[in-house]
Design a protein around this ligand. Structure first.
Ligand code: NAD
Length: 259
């Protein structure tokens, strides 16, 4: 059921082919938006688009690796030539498990390229059009790792800390242009991202690890992608027009109730 009015709004969602991004894409489309999914895995994006259009809503898939500046420029400029850029959600991100000794230089570079530079690339390209319009909303997918230490997540925490501070910086610099910028910081949300890193890093112990990770949220479970999408729907809506420069944890009590 639609709860917000996104009709006539163009919403760009990076990493919309899976997990949280898939839920975001489906919810924004359900609420009337014209959704553009930017994902480096085109088939996944196309599958989500097919489900959205079969349900009678609007969505398009674009092959785009957010870490590649020229590709991002081409794709976003192409969308911007035909539509307003109302909402940009920087959701694409990759994980890495390891403390600083377990983080090779190549791991650090890879995490930087996608999780930090990817966000920079998309905002850098989209912001000019938003300024011209005198309006726009940017929402970045940060993490509880942005503000509290999570063991064995050195590179990931570093990148998500940067997502949080990029949010503050952009919010401050463009408040006079009618552009709002916020972030969401989920604790663990059950997506292929979580299943993937459990399978890769804890082979043979998947069920035990899943249980352990569920319990790190005081509420006793992981979040659902749709719960994150509902918060995003509000934050990007006109109803949230007084909200900018703020991070929103959605964490089953992880930050404030642990310990
Ligand atoms: P996921 O792996 O299920 O989906 C990520 C999507 O991003 C995939 O479709 C993938 O193809 C795409 N992607 C990856 N690299 C890309 C690139 N370079 N260019 C374009 N697309 C790319 O992940 P998810 O769990 O849905 O996570 C989404 C976001 O939420 C990430 O930024 C992640 O850090 C953040 N987050 C996730 C959790 C969690 O527990 N799942 C918690 C906190 C924050």
């Amino acid at each position: 059921m639609a709860t917000f009015n996104y009709s006539n709004k163009t919403v760009l969602i990076t990493g919309g082919g899976s997990g949280i991004g898939e839920a975001l894409s489906k919810q924004f489309a359900l609420n009337g938006a014209n959704v553009h999914i930017l994902d480096y895995q085109l088939e996944k994006a196309e599958q989500v688009v097919e489900e959205i259009t079969n349900a009678g809503h609007k969505a398009q898939a674009h092959q785009c690796d957010v870490s590649k500046h020229e590709q991002v420029k081409e794709v976003i400029n192409d969308i911007a030539a035909k539509h307003t850029l109302d909402v940009l959600i920087n959701n694409a991100g990759i994980a890495h498990v390891g403390n600083i000794e377990g983080t090779a230089e190549a791991d650090l570079d890879r995490l930087y390229e996608v999780n930090i530079k990817g966000v920079y690339n998309c905002i850098h390209v989209a912001i000019g059009k938003m300024k011209e319009q005198g309006s726009g909303v940017i929402l970045n997918m940060a993490s509880i790792a942005s503000s509290v230490g999570i063991s064995d997540r050195f590179a990931y925490s570093m990148t998500k800390g940067a997502v949080l501070t990029m949010t503050y910086s952009v919010a401050k610099d463009y408040i006079g242009d009618g552009i709002r910028c916020n972030s969401i910081s989920p604790a663990r949300v059950h997506t292929p991202f979580v299943d993937g890193f459990i399978a890769k890093n804890y082979p043979g112990n998947e069920a035990e690890m899943f249980e352990k990770l569920s319990k790190t949220q005081p509420i006793g479970r992981m979040g659902k992608p749709d719960e994150v999408a509902q918060l995003a729907l509000y934050l990007c809506s006109d109803e949230a027009s007084f909200i900018t420069g703020t991070d929103f944890p959605i964490d089953g009590g992880f930050i404030k109730l642990n310990g």
